[in-house]
Write a protein of this length. Structure first.
Length: 209
């Protein structure tokens, strides 16, 4: 079973509280989501493999370490996932970016895939799937289904806020996936939104209603 981790670092928790506030405006919301994603990327990348390397310093040879093995791909679930991409690229600028487009049926809450564009070598990359919210889990499951069909085999899911229902659904569908979140909230309301959550992350990122 993949790991499930709630990131309780004080900076992450403080910034998450700021964007939960309904009076947090679009510009501030966007900037803070970016900052949280950078902070989360630090821990999400903790198990990236290292290799030994010798490097010439001004004073001699240092026996040092550098990242080896699989390269990284960041794959946001459109559209809200876009808000987390730059924050991760701040730490891992060489990562490639794919996109998976989903929309949710407003009556059934079922997700539908409408767009997939991935790096050609996705099967050779450590993939970070990002979406601010893990609510019912439907979009995350479908996105990871799409990635696995295309050969991805090393996938982590990264979100800001998760509902227990979504975590359970994703772990049942994809037990090999590591899940990282900044908060595990109470649950879902009748409209499939996380309570207390932070509202519609896409609308708050992009100023739409």
């Amino acid at each position: 079973m993949g790991k499930f981790q709630v990131m309780d670092h004080p900076l992450i928790q403080h910034k998450l509280t700021m964007i939960r506030n309904k009076d947090c405006g679009t510009k501030e919301f966007r900037e803070i989501v970016d900052e949280i994603a950078t902070l989360m990327a630090f821990d999400v990348s903790r198990d990236m493999p290292l290799e030994d390397v010798d490097v010439q310093t001004p004073e001699g040879i240092a026996h040092a370490k550098q990242i080896s093995g699989k390269k990284v791909a960041v794959v946001p679930i459109l559209r809200a996932g876009i808000g987390m991409v730059d924050g991760i690229l701040n730490l891992i600028p060489a990562a490639k970016v794919g996109h998976i487009g989903m929309y949710r049926d407003e009556e059934s809450f079922e997700p539908h895939e409408y767009f997939v564009k991935l790096p050609s070598d996705i099967d050779q990359r450590q993939v970070f799937v990002v979406d601010p919210m893990l609510a019912t889990g439907g979009s995350a499951i479908m996105a990871i289904d799409a990635l696995k069909r295309r050969g991805a085999n090393n996938i982590k899911f990264v979100c800001l806020v998760a509902a227990p229902e979504g975590v359970e659904a994703l772990r049942n569908a994809h037990p090999d996936i590591d899940i990282y979140t900044a908060a595990l909230d109470e649950g879902l309301n009748e409209d499939g939104y996380i309570i207390p959550g932070l509202g519609d992350a896409g609308d708050r990122l992009f100023g739409t209603k």
